[in-house]
Each structure stands twice: as C-alpha cells, then as structure tokens.
Write a protein that binds this ligand. Structure first.
Ligand code: G6P
Length: 466
C-alpha cells in the first residue's frame, strides 16, 4: 500500500495530454500553450476546484525540459516517463491500435498484425499505465476522487485499486466504443485486460448511450458482465460563455478581415475545422464538395469551402500520408474549378484557434462528417458562434448527432454523393429557417457545458459508494 502525502489532493484527473504544453524557443526560453481536443476542453473546469491535481504526461522535448527545470502550472503534475516507453504506449498502442479499434479504422491493407512488436508495445503500455497509477496513489488524499481519462489509461483504474483501495475511481472514455465483434480483433488476453482494468473503477463514463451499450456488451461477452462497476452517460457540450466572449476579441476580428478577403464578396461559406485525423473523414468531405461543384454548376463562384486541417499525431506515417492527401485533393479542386477571382477551397494547415473562431463566425454551413466520433465539439461550437446562424451537415456516426439530429442535416460519412446533396440542401435553406435551426442547435449544444459535465461526473462518482 502507498500512503498519501500530507498535502495530498482531494480531486485528481489523469490524462495523457494535459492542459498545457511547452516549447523551447531559440533563446532557450520556455513558452506555454493551451492543449487541444475535446478532453482538454471538458476538463478545464478542474481549474475551479481547490485542492485538485491534474496528472498528465510530458509529451515532447519542451514538456520534458519544463519538468527538468521544475517549471509548471499550479495544480498540474507532468510525468516524465521515459521517451521510448511513452512512444510505444502512445503512438504504438493508444493511437495505432486502440484509436483504430474504437473508430473502426482498420481496412485492407491496414489490417493489423498483433505480432511480437505489438507485444513489446503492449508491455510499454502496461508500464506507462503503472507510472500513472503510482503517481496518483502517491498524490491522492485518503478517500479522494480520481477521474481517469480515455483509451491511453485503461489499465489505471485496476492498478490504482490495487495500490489504494480507499479511493473513489472513475474512468471516462472520450472516444466511441467498438462493437464487440470489432473489439474482439484485439488478442483475447489484451481485450480482457483492458476490460478488467477499466472495471477496476467504481464508475465508468461514456459520451453517449450508444458507446456505453457497446462497452457493456463487450463485458457481457468477454468477461461475464460489469459486476460491481456502474456505467453512466455524460454528454459534453460547448462552453457558450467562453466561445461568445473569445470570438469577439481583436485577434479574431483581424483574422475575420483576412478570411473575408480570401473568400470574396457575396459568397456562401462552408466551414470545417478538424485535427488532420483519419476518423474525421476530411478527404471524403472535400470529395463531396467537389461533387457539389460538378453536379450543381450554379454554385461555382458562389461558394467557398474554408477547410482547416490542423496537424495531429505526425509521428505516425499513416497520419502524415493523410495530411498530404488532404492538401492534394484541395489543390486538385482549386485547379479544376478555380478562376482568377475565386478560390473554391481555402485550406489552412497551421493551428490557429483565433482563425478557427473567425471561420465559425463566417459559417453559412458547417461540415462535420466523421466516420466515427465520440462526440465532436466543432458540430456544437459553430452554431453558437456563427454570426448569421449556420446549417449543420453532420455525420450520423458522431456522438453529437444523437443530441442535434432534429435540426442538423444527417449524412452517412461514406456516401459522398449523399453528402454533396446535403451540402446543396444546407446552402439552399432560406435564411429565416437557417437562423431558427441554428438557434435550436446552439441551445442543444450548450445544454451541458464543460463545468457541468465535470461536476456531474464527480457527483455521480460520490453516489452509490458505501
Ligand atoms: C481525442 C482524444 C483525446 C486526445 C485528442 C487529441 O479527442 O479523445 O484523448 O487528447 O484526441 O489527440 P492527441 O493524440 O493529440 O492527444
């Protein structure tokens, strides 16, 4: 048993990616930057909790340097796990295997072989999870609540339970959960270890009933059920106050002016903002736009697709290839249809939050067409921020679809012809109807702001334990 420090925290969060990352400048100075993704947005509410600690991983050279120099944010503990172990656990297992399983991304010739290399990476994943479990056990006050996040840390609840039986342990999945037949692609012992690791928690949270049911089904079929562990659903919504205030600041206004110039006057704007991520289905989204221009010549010169595809997981060759493919397809569309005064696709690949918000403000249509997505916050954010109200073309495979389906235009993400038709329908909506729908979308999208999501989980974890 590991005993708690005297100044130990009452609420702990554990995640691979933390709220800040560091970069070393040419002058040797460290600069901090806010982390991205739905997980970080949801968890920012922890900042309001006194005596809270966010345990996360040092992710790059800048982070490691910050740990070495003892630089950090209050309430954040970065673990400097050795680089090789981290790379094998994060790139090898979490992002190349578990992410692919839950998003059902494997397809010929990308089908996995779980051979000796996988086993070595799996051992690193175990060590990586063990390092988190130990750090949490050291830092938690007696009876503290620990909220473990996502597919990087599925073994932590069971490992932590072994070290500290007094803690209340929750785990939350920000991804979809794979159907049992697909999940069983993993080696039997690994699949079982993941489920049993998670079932070490008192309570497990998912973003939608669909993912929670898939998890429960996996447990019933592989380990005989979820005995002793409660399973709950917490949808994560957009933060209306933050978005409305942030999107009116000067840096956003500046980018708005630049974007307006790039788009040109009197044109409709279709916006997408994503990490360049295979599950986000950016290439098929561009294809659908190309089909729209092909089949509906009346839109040529009258619409611009503003597509922001920000770098993600560039250590993985399959992501680098995908990034190149996105640029190739955008260029092809511009070469094919562009004219002296009209660029059909305005593609930006450098991450810029202020510019994303500027694009949200200009959106007549938001295109969100993932193959599978735990929730998708962009679908929820654009209706809140858009100046004139926007139509939302939304994949029915995004978790957000369950909450937004009444006013979004649903699409099958593989069906590019159907998606092109949906874009046409969205662009053709009368402005009054579009504004009404957008208002209702924004209301549904902000019903569960991040702070509520976080506190609901904490409350639910506290309930039902003797
Ligand atoms: C998804 C995952 C998060 C992750 C984020 C960004 O939202 O659920 O756990 O942090 O993607 O991915 P990255 O690999 O850059 O952390």
């Amino acid at each position: 048993m590991v005993s708690a420090h005297a100044d130990a925290a009452q609420v702990l969060v554990a995640s691979n990616r933390g709220p800040v990352s560091y970069a070393v400048g040419e002058d040797g100075e460290l600069t901090a930057k806010r982390g991205g993704g739905g997980l970080v947005s949801g968890l920012s509410a922890i900042g309001d909790e006194a005596n809270a600690l966010w345990v996360c991983s040092a992710l790059g050279d800048g982070d490691r340097e910050a740990v070495r120099r003892g630089v950090g944010e209050p309430g954040v503990r970065m673990l400097d796990i050795d680089a090789e172990t981290h790379a094998a656990a994060y790139n090898g297992i979490a992002n190349s295997v578990l992410w692919f399983v839950h998003h059902m991304l494997y397809q010929t010739p990308l089908e996995p072989e779980f051979g000796p290399e996988f086993r070595e990476q799996w051992a690193a994943y175990e060590r990586y999870n063990q390092a988190f479990a130990r750090a949490l056990a050291e830092s938690a006050a007696p009876g503290a609540a620990v909220l473990v996040q996502d597919y990087h840390l599925t073994l932590v609840p069971g490992m932590l339970r072994e070290l500290r039986d007094d803690l209340r342990i929750g785990h939350f999945s920000h991804t979809p959960w794979a159907p049992a037949d697909y999940f069983r692609m993993l080696p039997d012992d690994v699949a079982e270890q993941i489920l049993r690791g998670m079932l070490g928690a008192d309570r497990l949270g998912f973003l939608t009933g669909r993912w929670a049911d898939a998890f429960t089904d996996c447990c019933v079929r592989l380990v005989g059920g979820t005995t002793g562990t409660r399973v709950g659903v917490h949808g994560l919504g957009a933060d209306a106050d933050f978005l409305r205030e942030r999107s009116r600041r000067d840096d956003v206004e500046e980018r708005l002016a630049t974007l307006r110039e790039q788009i040109g006057p009197d044109r409709k704007v279709i916006v997408r903002v994503d990490r360049t991520e295979l599950s986000k289905n950016i290439v098929r989204g561009l294809r659908a736009y190309e089909l729209l221009l092909e089949e509906r010549p009346e839109w040529r010169e009258r619409v611009v697709h503003v597509a922001f595809a920000y770098p993600s997981r560039q250590d993985l060759a399959v992501y680098r290839d995908y990034t190149a493919e996105v640029s190739r397809v955008a260029e092809r569309i511009n070469e094919r249809f562009g004219t002296a005064g009209w660029t059909p696709v305005v593609l930006h690949v450098k991450d810029d939050f202020a510019r994303s918000l500027a694009a949200y403000r200009l959106a007549d249509v938001a295109l969100v067409n993932p193959i599978r997505d735990g929730m998708n916050l962009v679908a929820k954010e654009v209706p809140v921020v858009s100046d004139e109200g926007c139509a939302l073309v939304l994949s029915r495979e995004a978790g957000a679809y369950e909450e937004l389906c009444e006013d979004a235009i649903g699409v099958n993400p593989y069906d590019t012809v159907g998606t092109a038709r949906a874009l046409h329908q969205a662009l053709s909506l009368p402005s009054g109807e579009r504004a009404e729908r957008s208002k209702r979308l924004a209301a549904a999208a902000t019903a569960l702001p991040p702070a509520r999501w976080f506190l609901d989980q904490l409350t639910a974890l506290g309930e039902g334990r003797a």
